[in-house]
Design a protein around this ligand. Sequence first.
Ligand code: MCA
Ligand code: AMP
Length: 465
Amino acid sequence: MLLPALGGALPDQREAIRVGDQTASWEQIRDAAAGIAGRIAGAPAVAVHATASLDTVVAIVGGLMAGVPVVPVPADAGPVELAHILTDSGAALLLAQTPPPVPLPIPVEPVDRARPGPSTPIAEPPGTATALILYTSGTTGAPKGVLLTRDAIGYGLDALAEAWAWTPDDTLAHGLPLYHVHGLVLGVLGALRVGCRLVHTGRPHPDRYATAGGTLLFGVPTVWSRIAADPVSARALAPARLLVSGSAPLPVPVFDRLRELTGHRPVERYGMTETLITVSTRVDGERRPGHVGLPLRGIATRLVDDAGQPVPEDGESIGELQVRGPTLFAGYLGMPEATEASHAPGGWFRTGDVATVGPDGQHRIVGRASIDLIKSGGYRIGAGEVENMLLAHPGVREAAVVGVPHPELGQEIVAYVVGDGVAAQALIDFVAGRLSWHKRPRQVHLVDALPRNAMGKVQKRQLLP
Ligand code: MCA
Ligand code: AMP
């Protein structure tokens, strides 16, 4: 069973989940989700407008109960991104409490939490069934749908529970978006699989983390950096059991400041939408700043050079990190060639991350192989998608997008544009109004020409400081 907390004998009537100021018991979640499941059973896929709300939790759990692949749609997605996700995924319906105010290609329905469930419970689907289709950016083109099976999610969560000694006695607290692996798979389904209380703070603000009463707290490095800069909130986390950081590199100064203020050495873990979490520091293991720990149970990793040859695991030599194991995705939806290209022979997934591995097995993520995948605030953004959107503006002739180091966001999206009298802010607004808010360039530089080599290819590295 994927979510034991919702099956069999229900634990009790107490508050199991809090999202913002709304609460529900396991029983209320189960009953409301059963109503959704009865409504959507048999659909090819269902999309959920994944705002930070209890409705989102109920809608997603309803889809999982029905065995219908769930497509969480970023709450801040603009019309171009929405249209792509809703069309590409084949979702029959968008469940949304407040429908996005733009024309949509499929019907929209509110999340009816009072609807009764079917008289005969729906049987648990097989583990090989697709549970979630998560959209994520590549270096070029529109986001791809990543197919995650029930087995991959269950296996990955159990391995994390083991590594972190995560039990029903924990209270998990975080305020991350409910449409990515971090906030949704770990941050909601993790609580429902382990059977622990969940407090979602609505937004990941330091003062909300401070008052959430969490024993286990999840954050992206931007969130931990803001907490480290807020000593009152940070000190309030001293009674917690475990602070976990992931989705992007945690800067060593932030690690050190958190240790000073909270008394905790944060646990770091590494993963991807396509692989779930594959490497993590263990609760009882060494927590070395700048390192993400050891492969989780069932996961194998290796480092290879450009020719696919093994790179020594001496803690210094760098190579591309490849991973293999039961948490890997089942493919990109409708893109067999992209799926094949993302794997090396033998079932190894090419992460595109460059890493070192020490003789003690400690992994250190050094960076990404491609300049065109940006991580900003823990969000993965493809330079190509933002460039294409800029080029769709009539005043833009050429565009190059890069991720520039930023003290709080990790990287900041910066665009270089050759245009015809268009203003920088107009271009920022143009992208923000069509893609997700977090994919907008924070800065646009209007230039006379982009740096190009003799072949005419844009030399993006010359655009970095
Ligand atoms: C926010 N604002 C908006 C919008 N959204 N305004 C207009 N339209 C919008 N759609 C406003 C806010 O109200 C706020 O205003 C201001 O913009 C800044 O908001 P904030 O959210 O703080 O923005 P930020 O600084 O850009 O965001 C930092 C963040 C965010 C909150 C840390 O980047 C975030 O939530 N990141 C999490 C990403 C994540 O979950 N990644 C996991 C991927 P005011 O200041 O006036 O209030 S999964 C993954 O990577 C793998 C598997 C893994 O390893 O986990
Ligand atoms: P996404 O598919 O949005 O989940 O992004 C996955 C990418 O996030 C990985 O390929 C890494 O580049 C990055 N990432 C995730 N966790 C970490 C971490 N702990 N340290 C460094 N990079 C990370």
